[in-house]
Write a protein that binds this ligand. Structure first.
Ligand code: SDX
Length: 377
């Protein structure tokens, strides 16, 4: 009898040099650097460079990357009208997915065989990283009945995005907390969306198709969609004092509590302490003490009842809420960051490609004869 590992749990499917997760020691490194150190000392642009090229940039390399990123932020009329045509009832992840698909169609003439050389892959990765914040900000503002704000090439990645969303650059502590979330969300091994991107890449399809698949995978509430679900749950609970009772009811009904548990970490997510500190900073600036009490109450109750620890989406949800984002925008914020990890993996998969095509064990009806006399044909 073949051993089936449902959901590929515990199965090592390939090697990677992009990041390393060691659940036993709660450690996560990007290209060898601890993610906590990167969050404390680097900009998101430096981390993007590191993921793509394997080394942190020197001053000139960083300047060049930033110049290219800033030069490609604008979206033209066709993209803006595509966003405007999308139903407001659709999820903002549908908008991001559709825009990436459209950008792929615009770019299709360049590589008739679909395969881009590594340099072109990373040029396209940078283009998507530059343009997607403008798309997400424009979509958020249209849902609020507001005109889009053009990008400002004098501002860094995080500041520019926040200004495009809210009309001004917020308090620097908010900017830094947002940038911390971008750095923590950027990369995490063979998670479901990255694996989806690698599967598509393995067929020698193009980068946009791979990213479109990744966005689709990230949208689900068991993956990136959990950061939205966390905040919906906190709002539903309303008061921290109600958290324990709410949680018991949820578990009694055999429902998952969003923002808790992880396929790889069974003893706590390595990124949570850093993001919780960022949430504390945001709460201090915005007067969000109530959500910190909610955080503590839920975390404590979940630990008491199940022993299951929070994942990164648990502090990220209330942090984004307190920054002023609409809840449905939280998972697109994850995209703005993870695009760097996805594309680093697309380049890696492309360079050492093998078609990803596992096997399945058939459990359907045993082979049987077609009874022609019964009137078939
Ligand atoms: C992300 O893979 C990555 O790296 C992803 C990510 C990244 O950076 O890319 O880290 C981002 O996706 C974070 C995860 C966000 N999802 C959620 O917060 C959704 C809630 N979490 C769970 O559904 C769950 O923990 C998963 C989906 C995250 C992991 O699922 P697994 O590994 O398949 O584990 P499981 O669902 O089989 O759970 C094992 C046990 C079960 O109990 P038993 O049947 O063995 O008695 O733990 C229980 C589960 O019921 N459990 C939970 C729970 N998580 C696990 N019970 C209640 N609430 C939870 N959240």
């Amino acid at each position: 009898m073949t051993e089936i590992r449902k959901g590929l749990a515990g199965v090592v499917v390939d090697t990677t040099a992009v990041s390393k997760v060691v659940p036993e020691t709660n450690s996560l490194t990007y290209r060898g650097y601890a993610v906590q150190d990167l969050a404390a000392h680097c900009s998101f642009e430096e981390v993007a460079y590191l993921l793509w090229y394997g080394e942190l940039p020197d001053v000139a390399q960083l300047q060049l990357l930033c110049r290219r990123e800033r030069a490609q932020r604008r979206i033209d009329r066709s993209i803006l009208s595509l966003i405007e045509k999308m139903p407001e009832s659709c999820h903002p992840m549908d908008v991001v997915r559709t825009v990436v698909s459209y950008l792929g169609a615009e770019d299709a003439g360049i590589d008739p065989d679909g395969i881009a050389a590594p340099k072109d892959l990373l040029a396209r990765a940078l283009r998507l990283t530059a343009v997607l914040p403008t798309v997400v900000a424009a979509d958020m503002r249209r849902r609020r009945g507001l005109d889009p704000i053009a990008p400002d090439s004098h501002l860094g990645f995080a500041e520019n995005f926040l200004r495009m969303c809210f009309g001004e650059v917020p308090d620097q502590r908010i900017v830094r907390a947002f940038e911390t979330s971008l750095i923590l969300y950027a990369e995490h091994g063979f998670n479901a969306s990255t694996f989806a991107a690698r599967v598509v890449t393995s067929t020698r399809s193009d980068l946009y198709s791979a990213v479109t698949a990744a966005i689709g995978a990230l949208k689900g509430p068991l993956h990136g969609g959990a950061n939205e679900a966390v905040m919906h749950a906190m709002l539903e609970i309303g008061e921290p004092e109600r958290a324990a009772g709410w949680l018991r009811g949820k578990l009694a009904a055999e429902q998952k509590v969003m923002g808790f548990g992880h396929r790889v970490y069974k003893n706590g997510d390595s990124r949570v302490p850093t993001m919780k500190a960022a949430l504390d900073d945001v709460a201090a600036v915005t007067g969000g003490a109530r959500w910190l009490r909610m955080y503590d109450a839920l975390e404590r109750a979940m630990a008491e009842v199940t022993g299951i620890r929070p994942n990164l989406d648990f502090p990220a949800g209330p942090a984004y809420y307190l920054m002023g984002f609409d809840i449905e925008m939280f998972t697109p914020l994850f995209v703005l960051s993870r695009i760097t990890g996805w594309t680093a993996h697309i380049a890696e998969q492309s360079a050492g490609n093998a078609l990803i095509r596992p096997l399945s064990e058939y459990t359907g009806v045993a082979q049987r004869d077609l009874l022609v006399a019964g009137g078939v044909g």
